[in-house]
Each structure stands twice: as structure tokens, then as C-alpha cells.
Design a binder for this molecule. Structure first.
Ligand SMILES: *Cc1c(COP(=O)(O)O)cnc(C)c1O
Length: 479
């Protein structure tokens, strides 16, 4: 499609802006004035409206169709939460107002919203305290690992390693490495963390374990109590990657199980969909022994009932984000939690799990499901059996686009060959799930009868197959 600049016709006009009372030359020093007019496109209003309407139709999103992107949780984005986040009292407040002397009272409502969000997250997870600062899941992980490091440093422990199972999300080992730890990988057994493999690598040098649960196979780690016991004995801390807590809300409190740190992805579990590059929010919850190290300043309730910021936190790891993190995403989560209520949140998780299991049962027999047992919010199947026709997971994904569906996540987790990771989310209807399964069924049949038809897909979209290496390594960002 042509850019709006290419459509420009000299002299064509959409709107006539009002003449300013004073000219720029009256208000600005000469050195700041433009020497030539800006090269803005010249179009009629209709040209502009059509251009952007057509562009918007090239987008694919949760508002247009099903988006079963495993691990990314592209759930329906309730519109009422957007309204809440856009309320003027929230959206128009200056983020530094609470930092000027006496300014706290002007943003008391915002600070109370932060306190209430933290309180509800504590209740849902069973943790002692929360910070809302981290602005993504991975940033929450880094924050959590820095908290673990601060704890050990304070205790005088010399610990150098973090254990990450092979079924962990890829950001886990990356976060541990970024925090300066050596990452020890352990192999899963039957899709789960194997307590024996864990015991074999546990010693005094281990600072902690990072556990993705449900793991990247969509399976619940059923050995949690044993694992907690092992780690405690080694004075190692337990990190729970709760990015996908949309599988467990109201059914599991990780604090009660004995975990020291958890991060949640509000942009997966609570109203805001993941993907599209943000904005996100990855709050971190901690057990009592880690609370003194939380990022500051912290929002607190004073003894007279007013709310304010506490800066005097001698053991804090310091700020991990400007202001309060992504406040608007937290507001959406707060609105979502209040609207759903405890039972509603539990029901959301129940439906997420039910939908995933329904699809798993429907696709069984069509594609191999390597860990074919009750899954949580997502499951993994393998297109390996289509290799004999020259068809791969990538081809199924591209052909699904042609049929109007977003592709599932492919080639992740790495421990399953030719993997497709499907996450329907709780918000999709049975009709939608069936339509997707029907489409996939048709494609698998095509793979068997006419594989060439898949290798060429997608044929009906503005962009066909990209040179993915060049797209990443040889980007052309200007034309
Ligand atoms: C999505 C995800 C993350 C990373 O979250 P981001 O917000 O993308 O940084 C970490 N762990 C798990 C299990 C995830 O699904």
C-alpha cells in the first residue's frame, strides 16, 4: 500500500487550521524557527480517512478474530477497563505530583488505587507484599532475582547459581544471567520438574530456583511441595513465574505453597492482552523475608488513614521503573478484579483450562500431542508427523493465516519438535474453538493430499512469506 506521503497532491486541502493570534516569529528566537515549511502530505479529509481505515483493516488483532498464541494470552480486551483507565482523574494526573511537598493529597485516589491493587494481588497469590513497578513479565523476573540476590547478600551467603528447568519460559534463564548468576539447567521428566534431578544439582552455591507454572508445556508442576522442601533445606529461594496465572487464579495461592517471589503478567491474566509490544505490567509479590528489599518508593497508608509515599527504605534494591510502573495497566487489572470478584476470577481460570482441554481433545488423533493429559490454559502439539510430506509447523501456521486465523505460537517450547503451542483463553466461544479446529483439520488433510498448496501459503494477504533472517538482520526502516 502507498504511504500517505505518496498520495499527497500539492495544494489539496483537508482542514484549514485557525490562524494563530501571534506568529511563531513573535514568540520564538530566530534560531528556532523553521527555514522551510514541514513536508506534510496534502490530502482531502476523505483521502485521509480512507487511508487510515484501509490501513487498520490490514491489522489482525483480538478485536477481529481468534488469536490462539500460546504463552501470549491474547484474550478479549474488555472495553470497560479501557474506560476506567481513561477517566480524567487518573489519566490527567501528573506522575510526579506525589513527589512534591504536600502533593500526595492531590493524587490520593491514584495512590489508593495502587494500594488496593496490591492488596487484591496479595489476596489472590498469598504473598506478603507487592510492587507494581515492573513493566513486563521479564522485568518482573529481573526484579525478583535482584530481590533474591539482595536477600543472600544481606545474610552473608555466597551464592552464584540459579536453577532453571528446561520447561521454563526462555526469559527465566535470561533474567537470571542478566542479574549475574550462572544458570543451571535441569531436564524435565515426563514434562515436569524432576525432584531427583533437582536434588542432584542442589548445593550451597544455589541462590534459587525459577519455576514456570504451569510450565511451557501447559502442565501443572505437581511436585511443588517436594521441590519447596528441597530448596528450603539448601537456603535457596523459590521463584514462581506466574505470567500465566490465568490458569490458576482462585485455585492456587503460591505464597501458601511456600514460594518467596512471584511475578504476574497483568497483560495476560487481567484484562490487557499480551502481544503487540505492550504496554505491560509485571507486578512482583514477595514473602515476608523479602519485603524489606522491594523497590521504592512504596505506597503506604499512614497512621491517620491518609496515603503517601515511603522513600526511607534502607534495604530496598531501588527503583526498577520510572513513576509507578504502567499505572494504566494496573488500573485495568484493578477494574477487572473488582468486576469479576473472587469467584469470577476463579471461573475465568476454569474456562481457560476447560477451553484448552476441549481443543486438546478435539485435535487428538489429528496431530501428535506429546504430553496428552489434562493441561492447564494451553497445550502443545507437534507437526512432526507431517514431515514426510515436506510440511512443517511453519507451513501450518502460514496456511492458518490464509484461513483468517492468527497462528498459534510455533517452535516454542524448544523441547518439543515441530511444536505448535495453542492457547484459546477463557473468553472464546465453543463455535470459535470449533472453527479453528476445523480449519486445522482441513490443513492437515491438505498436507497429506496436496502438500505443495501449503508451502505456498499465505496467498491472500498483503505480505506473503518473509525472509525472516533479513527481516531481523537487514532491516530497512526508511524508504
Ligand atoms: C510471557 C511470559 C513471560 C514474559 O513476559 P513479558 O511481559 O513478555 O516480558 C515470562 N514467563 C512466562 C511463563 C510467560 O508466559
Amino acid at each position: 500500500m502507498e504511504t500517505i506521503f505518496a498520495k499527497s497532491v500539492p495544494g489539496r486541502l483537508g482542514v484549514v487550521p485557525p490562524k494563530p493570534a501571534k506568529s511563531a516569529a513573535d514568540m520564538l528566537p530566530a534560531m528556532l524557527l523553521r527555514r522551510s515549511p514541514p513536508a506534510l502530505p496534502e490530502l482531502s479529509e476523505l483521502d485521509v480517512v480512507r487511508h487510515y481505515s484501509q490501513l487498520s483493516r490490514l491489522n489482525y488483532g483480538v478485536d477481529t478474530n481468534f488469536y490462539p498464541l500460546g504463552s501470549c494470552t491474547m484474550k478479549y480486551n474488555p472495553k470497560f477497563t479501557e474506560k476506567v483507565a481513561a477517566l480524567e482523574g487518573f489519566a490527567a494526573t501528573h506522575p510526579l505530583l506525589a513527589h512534591i511537598p504536600g502533593g500526595e493529597k492531590y493524587v490520593a485516589g491514584n495512590l489508593e488505587a495502587i494500594l488496593l491493587t496490591e492488596k487484591l494481588l496479595r489476596e489472590i497469590t498469598g504473598m506478603a507484599a507487592f510492587t507494581l513497578q515492573p513493566m513486563a513479565g521479564a522485568q518482573g523476573e529481573l526484579t525478583g532475582i535482584l530481590l533474591i540476590a539482595a536477600y543472600h547478600r544481606r545474610k552473608g551467603n555466597h551464592k552464584t547459581k540459579i536453577i532453571c528447568p528446561d520447561s521454563a519460559h526462555g526469559t527465566n534463564p535470561a533474567s537470571a544471567a542478566l542479574a549475574g548468576y550462572e544458570v543451571v539447567n535441569i531436564r524435565s521428566k515426563d514434562g515436569l520438574v524432576d525432584p531427583d534431578a533437582l536434588a542432584a544439582v542442589l548445593d550451597d552455591s544455589v541462590a534459587g530456583l525459577m519455576m514456570t507454572c504451569p510450565n511451557t508445556l501447559g502442565l501443572f508442576e505437581k511436585h511443588l511441595p517436594e521441590i519447596v522442601k528441597l530448596l528450603r533445606a539448601a537456603d535457596a529461594l523459590l521463584y514462581y513465574d506466574g505470567a500465566n496465572f490465568n490458569a490458576c487464579m482462585g485455585r492456587l495461592r503460591v505464597g501458601d505453597v511456600g514460594f518467596d517471589v512471584v511475578h504476574l503478567n497483568l497483560h495476560k491474566t487481567m484484562a490487557t492482552p499480551h502481544g503487540g509490544g505492550g504496554p505491560g505490567s509485571g507486578p512482583v509479590g514477595v514473602s515476608e523475608r523479602l519485603e524489606p528489599f522491594l523497590p521504592g518508593p512504596r505506597v503506604v497508608e499512614n497512621s491517620d488513614g491518609s496515603v503517601g509515599l515511603k522513600h526511607d527504605l534502607p534495604l530496598s534494591i531501588g527503583r526498577v521503573a520510572p513513576f509507578y510502573g504502567n499505572f494504566a495497566v494496573c488500573l485495568k487489572a484493578l477494574a477487572y478484579m473488582l468486576r469479576c470478584g473472587g469467584n469470577g476470577l476463579a471461573r475465568a481460570s476454569d474456562y481457560a483450562v476447560l477451553n484448552a482441554n476441549y481443543m486438546r481433545a478435539r485435535l487428538r488423533g489429528l496431530l501428535e500431542i506429546p504430553y496428552d493429559r489434562t493441561c492447564m490454559h494451553e497445550f502443545v502439539c507437534s507437526a512432526d508427523s507431517l514431515g514426510k510430506y515436506g510440511v512443517h509447523a511453519l507451513d501450518l501456521a502460514k496456511a492458518l493465516l490464509e484461513k483468517g486465523f492468527h497462528a498459534p505460537t510455533i517452535y516454542f517450547p524448544l523441547i518439543v519438535k515441530e511444536c505448535l503451542m495453542i492457547e484459546p483463553t477463557e473468553t472464546e466461544s465453543k463455535e470459535t474453538l470449533d472453527a479453528f479446529c476445523d480449519a486445522l483439520e482441513e490443513l492437515v488433510k491438505t498436507a497429506e493430499s496436496n502438500p505443495a498448496a501449503l508451502l505456498d501459503a499465505p496467498r491472500n494477504l498483503p505480505v506473503r512469506r518473509l525472509d525472516e533472517t533479513a527481516a531481523a538482520r537487514g532491516m530497512i526502516l526508511t524508504d
